[in-house]
Design a protein. Structure first.
Length: 143
């Protein structure tokens, strides 16, 4: 969900993150719950409880993470709000990217370590000869 807003009341489920872009001058007011706020280009993080207010000072991305379910009002003229896209989602994307790089690197190493196997197929291209004793259907008796 992403939209331009003037005043918006949002409920953030426990453990989820709300992303706010272009938030300079936006006021966040926590109505219920407890949340963690971090702003782009600001080395400080802020913990807010129910009833606390914070005015955002950066035009970059601001993340509001819910320690427990949070109801928050966002008052602004230009901010863009998106549920998700916080650290959990970012970490999952980075992890997938790194795992794909590991798999690609392992494949390249396997290819380089096994040059004789590159030209051979696991399935024989010519039929195996059938031994003559099996082809004629005769059995040798063992006496």
């Amino acid at each position: 969900m992403e939209r331009m807003l003037e005043t918006l009341e949002v409920t953030i489920p426990q453990g989820r993150t709300l992303r706010i872009r272009n938030a300079a001058g936006t006021t966040l007011r926590l109505l219920d719950g407890a949340g963690w706020i971090t702003e782009e280009d600001d080395t400080n993080d802020y913990i807010l409880d129910a009833g606390d207010t914070r005015r955002i000072g950066t035009r970059g991305i601001t993340l509001v993470h819910a320690f427990r379910e949070v109801r928050v009002t966002i008052e602004s003229g230009m901010a863009q709000v998106e549920l998700g896209g916080g650290y959990r989602e970012y970490a999952a994307a980075v992890w997938m990217e790194q795992m794909a790089a590991v798999v690609r690197a392992a494949g390249r190493k396997m290819w380089a370590w096994n040059p004789p196997f590159r030209a051979r197929s696991a399935i024989p291209t010519t039929p195996m000869p059938i031994p003559s004793r099996l082809a004629s259907g005769s059995r040798r008796s063992t006496r």
